[in-house]
Design a protein around this ligand. Sequence first.
Ligand SMILES: Nc1nc2c(c(=O)[nH]1)N=C([C@H](O)[C@@H](O)CO)CN2
Length: 126
Amino acid sequence: MDIVFIKQLQVDTVIGVYDWEKSIQQRLLLDLALTADQRSAAASDDIGLTLDYAVIAEKVTALITAQPIELIETVAEKVASMLLAEFATSKVEVTVSKPGAVPRAQTVGVHIVRTAPAAQLQQEQH
Ligand SMILES: Nc1nc2c(c(=O)[nH]1)N=C([C@H](O)[C@@H](O)CO)CN2
């Protein structure tokens, strides 16, 4: 199946468990993959028939920066839920990295895969 993706989307926000993290902004990097058949968009050359990655990037950034969050797992789950609810996609993969969180590691993060409920999948096929 086809995938529309965004790699290494930078989002600066208040993120972290500890008190010292609640008064600073830290950078998260997001990799997103949204599964959706792209054949009709390609055949018609119509942005309205695909998943607009610019719109996705804006909505994801707005969602994450709307309020402080403690866990990157929460970020990933919120993003996956929003993408499934607001875009015509059957499956999303969300990777949230927090570079700099562990000094001796290049980066740390979480990767989740979520699928649309069966009812939503049936709607998209018709
Ligand atoms: N699995 C996780 N482990 C940790 C998280 C997290 O969000 N998920 N967060 C922290 C702290 O906020 C850390 O990033 C501060 O440097 C620790 N472990």
